[in-house]
Unconditional design. Sequence first.
Length: 543
Amino acid sequence: MQIKNLSMSFGTQELFENINLNIPDNDKVGIVGVNGAGKSTFLKIIMGKIEADTGKIILKNGARVGYLPQVIDDEIPSTNISVFDFLLSARPIDELNMKLQQIYEELATANENELNKLYKEMDKINKKLDYWEVYTAESTLLKIIDGMNIDDKLLEQPLNTLSGGQKSKVAFARLLYSMPEFILLDEPTNHLDKETKEYVINFIKGYNGGVYVISHDTDFLNEVTTKILFLDKRLKTFKLFDGNYDHFKRLSEEYELAIQKEVEKQNKEEEKLRTLINKYSSSSGKRKRMAQDREKKLEKLLSEKIDLGSKLKQAKVEMNMNRESTNNPLIVKNLFFKYNKESEKNIINDLTFSLAKSEKFLIVGENGVGKSTLLKLIIGQLHPDKGEIILGQRTDLGYYAQEHELLDNNKNIIDNFSDCDISIRNLRNVLGRFLFYGDDVYKKVSVLSPGERSRVALAKLSLQGANVLILDEPTNHLDPETQAIIAETFKTFKGTMLVVSHNPDFVDNLGIERVLILPSGKIDYYSRELVEHYHNLNNKKQN
């Protein structure tokens, strides 16, 4: 991969400027940097999904690129074909065989001139079939299916019935089977259990092609990477380091020291030049000309000066209530719900529970059993077939959607708060606490990274003054530092919380006492082991 004069900005915010790099085609490259440094944007430029302001990325001729985004949007079509048929279609073997069969039929009636043309076409198709490993392709796919822990039941499911976790696993398996020359992965281990992760690690290690991976999973990066590409948000540049993540951390300390020394050197030179300019600018003759010469040197120095900016800040998350709730802010009685009214199976089946004031209540269960559906019923996005959802007279709900469905991707950040009763000045202060400064607030939500969208959604939630928080996987897409910050915020929240999460580190410190297990509706006492069980089970089965 060759990167030539690459620059990218959103509005007035420059992400990176004039990047020039050569990276060997078969390297396994980890992409690291703080949130907002442009990691996901860089992958999208490689894919051709967005266009850089200037410059280009050159891949070897005809190279095919496979991409697994952090959030699965259009990677899985909403059709009723089975998962297995969708996986098979990653290689155009059926299509090529159909063309070959058609040629065989045409050969029977072809004249001499047509025969030569058909034979040449047949030779091209056979070469393509050889490339796609026609005789071993299906066994290769079965190995990937086994390695990714995709069971027979899931293979038979139509694509339009898959849950978010299932979509991620199916998209990942299809990518591995599709044989791209370059694999681009954005947080690929979010939905992987230990065994599947080990399979993916070994697959990538033995893969004969380039791999570019964004991940907060440092163990994964240490296992698979041969180089680390550091996107330095402060200097708006890329720095390529040999070795894995641990080696990068050691070398990056030396890199930081070198930058600090250069900054000190530039500061001393600036001070020296300003002193001379101030001393001789009002003089005449040689001294005046010397001052003018120093002004030119200062102008050049300032144009090239390293600006480290302020120290990278952390989000400051606050969740306050406008008022206290009643003693029983939420009661669910004999609740039934199913999406397909013709189906005999209910997703929510005779569910009953209630929340006490200030209680923190957790919901766990395998993917697809109705956890997110239950939350949508409670907030009124869906309506039950039978049963009651009773909100207390002073219950104020605040909802955090797992995939940020409440945000308008076509609007900029600040316009997403048009329904909030708050002045622009105060809103900017709130957004600043969530690390959106200056012209950041005019960026469209559609161009934000998943982590940045999470911060926008949390900022909206913080302004609602709700006394009952409904949280659907609030730590998804957030870096470990921000996860720790919001965990502390929710721990000290004085209201009631209903949480769907399989992140043991996050929920362990919230002060949860009771856990609702779906689909059974059983309520149990909280334990970390229970959360870890469903975390591992979901990642393994994705059901």
